[in-house]
Design a binder for this molecule. Structure first.
Ligand code: CA
Length: 224
């Protein structure tokens, strides 16, 4: 798997490159935001927040604007997580420095698992149909009245989780456990931010209903 490592600190970068290589990944390292934006599209991006030429957040935003590639932010400050994973950035996950390699690899596998499950013949591969909304887990593709809706990996997982069982309300805790992972201790506001972008992309806020004090439910909305 091709991993783009965007990190200006040589010690951290060489540790990452060595570790990733040992784990069977194919890392490419760049030092600056500009180099990151000019690089060939990888299968996952590890993006340092503090870069010499640009703010990592701007790099994230620009990458996200043109691609759904999974992005994991590398941050030294846990209080930045909220903004990093926020609505306008579109990062899929983060790790806080110093991080363990095991943790990082688990995060990479979690955000990229969609690309590695195509041979699984399981419930996961079925398409979910909710009215005009079709969620194809095999192709990792969402269409609305036949038009493709481009989602980030986390948005896709969130939508698929909400759509799995009709009329069921999912709590924020269940969403965090299932869509992020059991090791996630991040703020539940992250869920709300992703719900907001999903509603925007689906073009109608009624698709995802907030059930006060409980969580979220997916509704079928008629095409207009
Ligand atoms: Ca840095």
């Amino acid at each position: 798997m091709r991993v783009l490592v965007v990190e200006d600190d040589d010690a951290i970068a060489s540790g990452l490159v060595d570790g990733l290589t040992n784990h069977g990944f194919t890392p490419t390292r760049v030092r600056t935001g500009r180099e990151a934006l000019a690089a060939a599209e990888p299968e996952v991006v590890l993006l340092d927040l503090g870069l010499p030429d640009m703010d990592g957040r701007d790099v994230c935003r620009q990458l996200r604007a043109r691609s759904a590639v999974p992005i994991i932010m590398l941050t030294a400050r846990s209080d930045e997580i909220d903004r990093v994973l926020g609505l306008e950035l579109g990062a899929d996950d983060y790790v806080t420095k110093p991080f363990s390699f095991r943790e990082l690899v688990a995060r990479i596998r979690a955000v990229t698992r969609r690309t590695n499950t195509s041979s699984d013949v399981s419930d996961e591969s079925r398409a979910i149909v909710r009215g005009v909304l079709v969620i194809d887990r095999r192709a990792h593709r969402v269409t609305l009245s036949g038009e493709e809706v481009r989602l980030t990996p986390k948005e896709f997982d969130l939508l698929a989780f909400l759509a799995e069982e009709p009329d069921v309300v999912r709590t924020r805790g269940q969403i965090l456990d299932n869509v992020w992972d059991v090791n996630w201790y991040g703020p539940t506001k992250t869920v709300d931010a992703h719900v907001a972008t999903l509603r925007q992309k689906l073009g109608d806020a009624r698709w995802i209903e907030a059930v006060r004090g409980v969580g979220f439910r997916l509704n079928e909305v008629d095409a207009s």
